[in-house]
Structure formats: structure tokens, C-alpha cells
Design a protein around this ligand. Structure first.
Ligand SMILES: [Zn+2]
Length: 97
């Protein structure tokens, strides 16, 4: 199952799951996804909760390998910009100019 993260444009491929015990003690599982670093193309993995929505889950906002990974603050800042860009282009399309 491949998922394209709409905003970052990265493709995440599901590679497996691993068992995970939540803070409340409940047993659940995490999904493991791989993608390629936006900067160098190297493969990296992320883990997300089993029912995470790729377009909402923070896990899918990571777009770089370990070496090029940004701080959480940088990720958040980029994310905001990407959403603004997206909104702007949507507005443009709607106004017909
Ligand atoms: Zn990289």
C-alpha cells in the first residue's frame, strides 16, 4: 500500500507493523513506512499509529533521513508554509484568474 502525502509530495510505502503498548497499557500496533529523503534520496522509516491519517498525522511530516532531519520547530514552520501555499493555489484556482 503506497500513500502519497499530499502536502509534502512524498510517497510512503507500508513496510510492516510492530507491536506497541500505549501509555494506558493497551496493546496496539504501529505501522512502519518508508520513504526517501527529500534532500539526498536516502531511504528512511517512520512509525505511525495503525489508523493514522497520512495527511494529518505528524509522523508523515518527516521528509528527511536522519542526517537531514529538521527539528520539530522547523518541521512545523515548513508545514505551515506548505499549507498556506496550498490554500493560496486553491484560492487562485477558484477565482479563475
Ligand atoms: Zn538525507
Amino acid at each position: 500500500m503506497d500513500v502519497v502525502q499530499e502536502i509534502t509530495g512524498l510517497t510512503f510505502t507500508l513496510t510492516g507493523t510492530e507491536p506497541y503498548t500505549r501509555k494506558d497499557g493497551r496493546e496496539t500496533s504501529l505501522t512502519i513506512w518508508k520513504s526517501n529523503c527529500k534532500k539526498c534520496g536516502r531511504e528512511f522509516e517512520i512509525r505511525a499509529t495503525a489508523n493514522a491519517n497520512p495527511n494529518e498525522s505528524k509522523a508523515f511530516r518527516v521528509i528527511h533521513c536522519q542526517q537531514h532531519r529538521l527539528t520539530q520547530a522547523q518541521i512545523t514552520a515548513r508545514w505551515r508554509k506548505a499549507i498556506q501555499r496550498k490554500r493560496r493555489s486553491k484560492n487562485k484556482a477558484a477565482s479563475g484568474n
